[in-house]
Design a binder for this molecule. Sequence first.
Ligand SMILES: Cc1ncc(COP(=O)(O)O)c(C=O)c1O
Length: 478
Amino acid sequence: MTDRDAVLRRTAELAGDFLKRLPDRLVAQPVDLAALRATLGGPLPAGPSDPGRVIEALARDAEPGLVGSAGPRYFGFVIGGDVPAALAADWLTSAWDQNSGLYATSPAAAVVEEVAARWLVDVFGLPPGSSVGFVTGATMATFTALAAGRHRVLERAGWNLEEDGYVGAPAIEVVVGDEAHVTIFASLQMLGLGRARVHRVAADGQGRLRADALRETLATLDGPILVCAQAGNVNTGAFDPLPDIVDAVRSKANAWLHVDGAFGLWAAAVPGLVGHVAGLAGADSWTTDAHKWLNVPYDSGIVICRDPEAHYLAMALAASYYVVAEGGERDSMNFVPESSRRARGFAIYAALKSLGRSGLADMIDGCCRIARRMADGLRGAPGVTILNDVVLNQVLVRFAPPGSREDAEADTFTRRVIAAVHRDGTCWAGGTTWHGMAAMRISVSNWSTTDADADVSVEAILRCANAVAADRSVLVGA
Ligand SMILES: Cc1ncc(COP(=O)(O)O)c(C=O)c1O
């Protein structure tokens, strides 16, 4: 039987080897699902297996199904990698195996969360004293924030939601921008506020909620209101006009403003980008992700709330056997939907401490610079259009076959180029539909992406576009 130390040392070797190969490995490789199921599958072993052998087999058998999403040429979704200190802290988090629900179950986790919370509120320029919860991702951050908002607006309307439930409560009006992220609707669905009964406010060509349209909508509404704005559109990276939105929301007697800044909130850390989030501190709650642009391992989201009492009352649990902190210590479970949970604060703390203020700004700014470099590299090529203003780290690219006049042909061609890029494996970028047009989405969110990675990726994308153009027959019947 391999001893524990030997397994851990070997595991570090296996992880190190994967990370070393990551920059040169194909980002995407064809996956044989049946083979993956066969090698990883089989019946549950009847008895114990040697842990060393289990880990060797896992590393070997998972490899063909691993995506190089932690590497420098992965531009899909909005996926960061891991800065070294965050990855190392995450390993320690597993070894320490702390339950970070209560101060009593891990004073170290509680204090580290306290410190990381303060640093985050400071970095984002939010009101000092705002409460912070460390959750699995932006979806749960938004769920938590809107639960806090729901509590407060109903409390002002004379209703105790947590005690009396939603049946018979005053109706809450929910207002969202037309380009709100799908996870806003997921949160509304879980909160009993409904996906379809929201008031949708028109957005402009870049996906920014229009403040004039918001004012018009708000003028028709009375009673408790939740408004969801966005800092960083998932396609364009655009920012809603927060100063005007804050003004409009503050003109209502009982309204709560939430800002989804799953990745865009990090613009606040960069002197040259902070202007995009002017007005941010005027909101009531904020969502962001650490597993996106802070480059900490999955999963790691952050909810911040100007109103700690509402946050607490929407989330707090009580059980007779809980050892509840009474001296101002942090019981983290009071700010998240879970009780027992992973001590996610360690990795966030380590990332922030290792980067420092300037390192964080450089990382975020560097990604934006590389996004512009890629947009410039692609823009000049025949048939290529950059659909968005590249204000952050997102680039939307549309490809048209040479000589085509039909937009529908560009849709098919763009999808073919994306598929060819996936087969090529040099880099990975996903697809989207933007204002009815098929587009490639490039998101630069990884701390380790270099100019050389950007250039080789642009070359690969254009090579794929040329190959698809040379084989125009592939367009037929698509
Ligand atoms: C604006 C926005 N909100 C929310 C999310 C969802 O994030 P998560 O998958 O971490 O819940 C994303 C993901 O890209 C996003 O871009």
